[in-house]
Structure formats: structure tokens, C-alpha cells
Design a protein around this ligand. Structure first.
Ligand SMILES: *Cc1c(COP(=O)(O)O)cnc(C)c1O
Length: 402
């Protein structure tokens, strides 16, 4: 998105502000579907938790995407956006049986990631098909099936517990329609990913009722120039071929699924904030912005890198700045960044602000959450208003203390 457009949006909607470019989301969606064009039955389920605005979900609906949800509220958001329950998969971790029952009653696809709930659900609803989440115990870069990191993971049913799963299926008469994995680590080494694939396909062979195989996500996007990213075209070619061969061998046409969040929305988003104050100390120049980890927590939570540019003075001489927030805790967005000369009142632009940014905001320090804007067909749509003081007080009981 062009800097003058971004500056005009800050004028129009004030700061801080999230802006998403629908055309980038579309391009990423096309990129993944093109990469897997050899697969006859491909289904992309956008992971709602990355960016859960209902208007963004409608965009995915328009693209023919399904959605991946991790809470009953995300399921409800998807239904609100107009998704057919059949195009929604519920992939929670550690939720109650009641929550899974609610989702099942709404008609969405159910994914279960532990034996206890699988057994209870199977006993109560043997007719409702269920997908199971498997932990293949493969770690990126490792040569072994087992890695300490992933054997301890709370996600999925261990691949070594397949006999147990089969016993549950036999005893309850339930129907397993899908096999799923999502290790959560970045796919950088395609050989490692294909190794995990073999383990997953072995699990598929253990059941003769499978309709789909869900490979989760883990696509890495670039945060800086020349950053390594998942070679999705190579993955599509190699996994696609393997999957088609397997489907033939299995004897029925299987659907290949992915559920990317970050890959689809990360690069579409920009976060815009104004510089409140420039503070020069003996060693550092701080640029303090009108935001904090209440609006963008990723740098503090998992050291993520967000490229920062000064769009008010893009041609200025570059200097080193440590960009910080206004929260009364340490909230450093970036240390010693080279940014073109910053003056108080300038607008800084943070890249990769589409995924896990707005969806992780809070009201800490009793601040308002920012507004969100979607650029669609060259028009800007306010898809979420900035909060007001009423939002801060909502649900609070202002009691009288005698
Ligand atoms: C969060 C999540 C995803 C999306 O992961 P990304 O890294 O954003 O692509 C996919 N599947 C499940 C089950 C998830 O919990």
C-alpha cells in the first residue's frame, strides 16, 4: 500500500490504525491454490484466530475458502460471515466436551485432539464423523521421528497411540473422517515436512473411512528483505504428487487440506502509529509512539520482527531509533532501527501487521483498541471502529459503596 494512501487514512480515521489490503490476501490465497493445482480436491481453511474481523472472514468466503476455528465464538463469527457449517472445521485444544457438542450441533466439522474427549464424544454421538489430530513427533531440522520438543507437546494424539484410537473407534462405533496435524513450527525444510507427511499417511491407512487429510499450517512468511520463507511452490509440487499417488493407493479420492493463518494475512496488514515524543538519552534515541503492547504484542511476546518505516519523512536521513510504546511497562517494538529522521507527529508504519496483531489486542492501561480499515477494490472500508470510553466501562458494575 502506498504511503500517501496510508497517511490519508490516518488523517481520516486517526491513529493508531490497522489497515489491511484485500488484494494481498487474495494474492496469497491464489498462490497457495496454484501451488497445489495438481490436487483435484484441495480445501484451504483460513485460520480465523490470525485476524478474526467478520468482514475479513467475508472476504475469505468470497474467495471460496473455508475456515479453521479454535473456539465456539470463532465458529459463531464464521456463521455470521455466512459460511456454510460444512466449510468450517473446529480444531480446538483442551476445550470442554460441552463446547465440542455445541459446535457439532451447529453442524461444523469436528476435530478432536485427545483420547479422553474422543471416547466420550464417540459414546454419545457415534454417528457424527470426527477428524483426529495426530502429533507425528517430527521436529523441523531433526532426522528422527522423535524429538523432545514435540513429544512433550500438548497438541494432538501421539502417533504411538493409534492402537488406542482404533480401540475407541471399535468400542464406540464412531466414524473417523479425517486425519490432521499442525505442529506449529515453520515449514522451511520440505524434506522434513514430507517425512511428517509419510507418518500422517501411515495413520490414514489405519482407517478405511477417511475423506480428508489436513496438513495444518506452518508456512513461513518473510519479515525482512531476503528473509527465508516457505517455498510453497516446491511444497505444492512435491506434496501434491505424493498425495495424488497416495489417494490412488488408498482407493478413494481424498481431499487435501491446509489451514494457514499467517501466510494468508500477515503481509496484508500495516499498523500505523504516531510519534508522541522523541527522547534523547546519552546512548539512545527513543521514538515513543501513541501505542504499546496493548495494540501490538508480538515483538514483546515472541520477539517477532516488524519492519518499521517513517512514512511521513521517507526520504529523510536515516538515524538509529529505539521505538517504544506508551504503556507503563517495557514495550519495545524495535531496538536501534535505522529509520529516516523522525519528528514528533510523524507516522510510523509497521509491516506484517495482519496476523496475530489486532486479534491479540487488549485494553491494558484502559486504552482503546484501534480501528481497522480494509482496502478492497481501491476503496477504504472502516471494518471496526475505534473503541470509546463506553467500551472500557462495558460490563463493569459501577457500584455504590456506602
Ligand atoms: C493457529 C493455527 C493455525 C494457523 O497457524 P499459522 O502459523 O498462522 O499459519 C492452523 N491450525 C491450527 C490448528 C492452529 O491452531
Amino acid at each position: 500500500m502506498e504511503k500517501n494512501l496510508l497517511l490519508s487514512l490516518v488523517k481520516k480515521y486517526d491513529s493508531p490504525l490497522y489497515v489491511y489490503d484485500a488484494s494481498k490476501i487474495e494474492a496469497q490465497y491464489k498462490r497457495i491454490t496454484n501451488a497445489f493445482s495438481s490436487v483435484k480436491s484441495l480445501k484451504i481453511n483460513y485460520a480465523v484466530k490470525a485476524l478474526s474481523n467478520v468482514s475479513v472472514l467475508k472476504l475469505f468466503k468470497k474467495l471460496n475458502s473455508g475456515i479453521d476455528t479454535v473456539s465456539i465464538q470463532e465458529v459463531q463469527l464464521g456463521l455470521k460471515a455466512g459460511f456454510d457449517p460444512k466449510d468450517i472445521i473446529f480444531t480446538p485444544n483442551g476445550v470442554s466436551l460441552e463446547e465440542i457438542e455445541k459446535a457439532a450441533k451447529l453442524g461444523v466439522n469436528i476435530n478432536i485432539d485427545n483420547l479422553s474427549i474422543l471416547e466420550q464424544f464417540g459414546q454419545k454421538y457415534p454417528k457424527i464423523p470426527v477428524c483426529i489430530r495426530i502429533n507425528p513427533h517430527v521436529m523441523a531440522g531433526g532426522h528422527h521421528k522423535i524429538s523432545v520438543g514435540h513429544i512433550d507437546s500438548k497438541f494432538g494424539i501421539s502417533i504411538y497411540q493409534i492402537p488406542h484410537i482404533k480401540r475407541v473407534v471399535e468400542n464406540t462405533g464412531m466414524h473417523i473422517n479425517g486425519i490432521h496435524m499442525h505442529t506449529g513450527s515453520d515449514i522451511l525444510d520440505i524434506d522434513t515436512f514430507l517425512r511428517a507427511t509419510e507418518i500422517l499417511l501411515d495413520a490414514v491407512k489405519e482407517f478405511d473411512t477417511i475423506d480428508f487429510v489436513d496438513f495444518g499450517s506452518g508456512f513461513k512468511v518473510p519479515y525482512k528483505e531476503n528473509d527465508i520463507q516457505t517455498n510453497i511452490e516446491e511444497l505444492g509440487e512435491r506434496l501434491g504428487k505424493r498425495f495424488n499417488d497416495f489417494s490412488k493407493e488408498y482407493g478413494r479420492e481424498l481431499t487435501l487440506m491446509f489451514e494457514p493463518g499467517k501466510f494468508l494475512v500477515s503481509e496484508s496488514g500495516k499498523f500505523l502509529a504516531k510519534v508522541n515524543v522523541i527522547k534523547q538519552t546519552t546512548s539512545t534515541v527513543f521514538a515513543g509512539i501513541d501505542s504499546g503492547f496493548n495494540h501490538l504484542i508480538r515483538p514483546m511476546m515472541y520477539d517477532s520482527y516488524h519492519h518499521i518505516t517513517n512514512i511521513s519523512n521517507p526520504k529523510g536521513r536515516e538515524r538509529y531509533y529505539t521505538v517504544v510504546g506508551y504503556i507503563c511497562e517495557t514495550d519495545t517494538f524495535g531496538s536501534n532501527r535505522r529509520i529516516s529522521e523522525v519528528t514528533e507527529g510523524d507516522v510510523l508504519c509497521f509491516d506484517n501487521a495482519g496476523a496475530y496483531c489486532y486479534s491479540m489486542t487488549s485494553n491494558y492501561n484502559s486504552r482503546f483498541r484501534p480501528a481497522e480499515v480494509l482496502i478492497y477494490n481501491d476503496k477504504d472500508y472502516l471494518i471496526r471502529e475505534r473503541e470509546t470510553f463506553d467500551d472500557i466501562l462495558r460490563n463493569q458494575a459501577n457500584i455504590t459503596l456506602e
